[in-house]
Design a protein around this ligand. Structure first.
Ligand code: NAD
Length: 357
């Protein structure tokens, strides 16, 4: 099969890590008989410098014409003084909106070879964990009515959390479908003891749950979830939640793995076209030095094969290659964590992964 992939390399380490993922995709293509065609488009600071805007029209059109899109990272100190709506990070919100992506999938998995990187106690880490965070991406308080007004105590500001049944239904379906491919457990996170929007969330999730009798569905309050993630992360399989709760909890879940350079993500909508990217930023402190860990981007490419192209075996092949490389003790600087071991560059660890494919 032929697949057209849009590449948004972006800024900082973006070009290095995306190039690494492209090599891996080409190798998997050769092994399984697929052709991946890549077309680059500008986004972020590089786009501002080149054409005067962070998200050029050609980029949006190119992404919409692609079968799927792989992104590196955007932003850096050079553009930090620009006003909020002109900053490179704004382009990310723009491309997600243009592609109508309402689901964010973020796996937070503890790699046994990297368990020492986790900030959690060894007895907790010993049980391992493999969590899929399913976050609603286009609704809730980040997009609700907001403003300033005169209140009881003088000037005040407000933001509104509003969710429609339709928005909750579609994200709940994604969560249950995802759970069907995993361990068939969904924990739906809300604040239904206080918020009306959470009560609608809970009712709706339970109605959708009836269509998935094989999946165990439990509710958990957001404050308790924040605690449980550090006390007993092994209890989670799929976690589904709103935009803001998901923003916070997915960062917490990623931190307990201890290795930001390992974490992939996918943003999805109603079509198979998605936007795949590492969760880390553009790491300007190490950009251009061949020191970046490309694994998060390589694993994002594996997610693309799985979720956009249904190439399960090919996705497994990449994930297993990464596991083998880690098991053999190969590490980039961020994973070496001060240990006195040889450290591989971005291109060297990519070569090791290619050898395992
Ligand atoms: P960051 O994730 O870029 O870096 C945090 C730390 O982690 C740095 O020390 C960095 O060197 C290290 N790091 C990150 N990714 C790494 C990798 N793959 N390999 C090795 N080390 C890695 O976060 P930051 O420093 O807060 O932000 C830098 C810039 O990135 C800012 O302009 C920020 O706005 C932007 N940003 C972009 C995205 C995105 O594009 N999705 C996400 C977060 C931040």
């Amino acid at each position: 099969m032929n697949y057209n992939i849009g590449l948004l390399k972006g800024d900082g380490i973006g070009p290095e890590i995306v190039s690494a993922a492209v090599k891996v995709l080409r190798k998997v293509g050769e092994k399984y008989g697929h052709t991946f065609n890549f077309t680059e488009y500008l986004i972020g600071g590089i786009a501002i410098d080149t054409v005067g805007e962070g998200l050029p029209k050609e980029t949006v059109e190119g992404c919409l014409a692609s079968d799927s899109v792989l992104l590196g990272a955007v932003g850096g100190p050079k553009w930090d003084t620009l006003p909020g709506d002109k900053r490179p990070e704004k382009a990310l919100l723009g491309i997600r909106a243009a592609m109508e992506l309402y689901t964010n999938l973020r796996p937070a998995k503890l790699y046994p070879a990297l368990k020492d990187a986790s900030p959690l106690r060894t007895d907790i880490v010993a049980k391992g964990f493999d969590i899929m965070m399913v976050r609603e991406l286009t609704g809730g308080i980040y997009f609700g009515e907001r403003g300033r007004r005169e209140g009881k105590y003088g000037p005040e500001a407000y933001d509104t959390e509003a969710y429609s049944v339709m928005e909750i239904e579609r994200i709940a379906k994604v969560a249950f479908e995802t759970a069907m491919k995993r361990n068939k457990r969904v924990i739906s996170v809300d604040k239904a003891n206080v918020l009306e929007s959470s009560r609608l969330w809970r009712e709706t999730v339970h109605r959708i749950a009836k269509d998935y009798p094989e999946v165990e569905c439990t509710d958990m309050l957001v404050d308790n979830t924040a605690m449980q993630l550090v006390r007993n992360p092994a209890q989670f399989d799929v976690v589904v939640t709103s935009n803001m709760f998901g923003d916070i909890l997915s960062d917490e879940a990623s931190q307990i793995t201890g290795s930001i350079g390992m974490l992939a993500s996918a943003s999805l909508g109603d079509t198979t076209r998605g936007l795949y990217e590492p969760i880390h930023g553009s790491a300007p402190d190490i950009a251009g030095q061949n020191k970046a860990n490309p694994i998060a981007t390589i694993l994002s490419a594996a997610m693309m094969l799985r979720y956009s192209f249904s190439l399960m075996e090919e996705a497994d092949c990449i994930e297993e290659a990464v596991n083998k490389v880690l098991d053999k003790g190969y590490r980039t600087a961020d994973l070496a964590m001060g240990q006195d071991i040889p450290v591989l560059s971005c291109t060297e660890i990519t070569e090791k992964i290619l050898e395992e494919i």
